[in-house]
Design a protein around this ligand. Structure first.
Ligand code: FES
Ligand SMILES: [Fe+2]
Length: 360
């Protein structure tokens, strides 16, 4: 069961070129294409003539032409041409989905189009600021429930175990990290500090730290399925943490930003759109490339764990699962999603919303 009235990342803008592009989102077959004016549109990937996937067609001046008998649909899903100049039958249309291109993403609204509120699309300006935040991005197809990816991002105590050779470092550093979790207007945020710690291999390779570091990870979950992070380090002792504010010059160190947009494909598979932007050595393309490669190596490790976890969970759906100390932010993120799902179901049933706005 998915929250439908929400914006999900459907694609990176550079994935949508001259040919129609298919993707299954919330278990619905979608075809994306760029019309003659360059505007991206998303339609149900099923022709209303004989049910053929429209992805087999081609983009023409008037819209998307079905690859079977040549009906043409515009970006709103309306059939605008039947070959041979024949009459377009009434009701000849396919479902269209609201989409918007912003900050290198194509976002899609999967619910009631009348409720699509463009002001709710997340701002991620770093993608459009290559001078300060050069970035590189990709998408992984994951064979797991999208919520397992969110769990993984909201519980960073796994870093020392899964990513010891890259961004992790010693497990004890992570287990002993100072944590501060707060509710935000819509989601959950947590800050982690590992003061006076040994730099992990990726940080040494990227920034050349020789001594110990004060290291931070600021992580924020934006419903429905986006997590953004600002991560970095400065040489230990150049500042201090007071009331969860670091009194010191963080711009003097090394930092990077991670974007994670997780879009369900099915109940047990998802698309993981991620990017990494470096806030150091911005003039060196090799720095961005190196950070991307290290991050990809890191996320490949997550992918292996999460897909194996999904298999075991499917084998033992009633098996016990316990919560431990580090699960706090993860549990809060799940509560937000559960509450939104409950609200949406209540609305669909015409019932008043009885779940409170508080995520707690
Ligand atoms: S199935 Fe699309 S035009 Fe016939
Ligand atoms: Fe990880």
């Amino acid at each position: 069961m998915f929250v439908r009235n929400a914006w999900y990342v459907a694609a990176w803008t550079d994935e949508i070129g001259e040919r129609p592009f298919a993707r299954r989102i919330l278990d619905e077959a979608i075809v994306l294409f760029r019309d003659a004016s360059g505007t991206v549109a998303a339609l149900e990937d099923r022709c209303c003539h004989r049910g053929t996937p429209l992805v087999f067609g081609r983009v023409v001046t008037q819209g998307l032409e079905c690859g079977y008998h040549g009906l043409i649909f515009d970006g709103a899903g309306k059939c605008v041409l039947v070959p041979g100049g024949h009459l377009v039958p009434p009701g000849a249309r396919v479902r269209s989905y609201p989409v918007v291109e912003k900050n290198q993403f194509v976002w899609i609204w999967m619910g009631d189009p009348k409720r699509a509120d463009y002001s709710l699309v997340l701002d991620y300006p770093y993608h459009d600021d290559p001078r300060h935040w050069p970035h590189k991005h990709t998408v992984y197809r994951m064979h797991c429930d999208y919520m397992l990816v969110i769990d993984n991002l909201m519980d960073l105590s796994h870093l020392g175990y899964v990513h010891g050779g890259t961004v992790g470092g010693a497990p004890a550093t992570h287990v002993e990290a100072k944590m501060h979790t707060t509710r935000t207007a819509t989601g959950v945020k947590f800050d982690r500090w590992m003061l006076d710690s040994v730099p992990p291999p990726t940080y040494v390779a990227a920034a050349g730290f020789e001594g110990r570091i004060d290291r931070w990870q600021e992580t924020e979950f934006f419903p429905i399925s986006t997590v953004v992070q600002w991560i970095g380090a400065v040489s230990a002792g150049t500042g201090s943490l007071r009331n969860w504010k670091y009194e010191g010059d963080r711009s003097a160190g090394f930092s990077f930003r991670l974007f994670h947009g997780i879009t369900p494909e099915t109940a047990t598979s998802c698309y993981y759109f991620w990017s990494v932007a470096n806030g150091y050595r911005q003039n060196e393309a090799s720095a961005t490339e190196q950070l991307f490669n290290e991050t990809a190596r890191t996320f490949d490790q997550d992918k292996a764990i999460l897909e194996a976890q999904q298999i075991r969970m499917l084998e033992t759906p009633d098996g016990p699962l316990i919560d431990i100390h580090g699960d706090g932010p993860r549990i809060q993120a799940r509560r937000v999603v559960d509450r939104l799902l409950a609200e949406e179901n209540a609305n669909a049933a015409g019932q008043p919303i009885i779940v409170s706005r508080s995520a707690g």
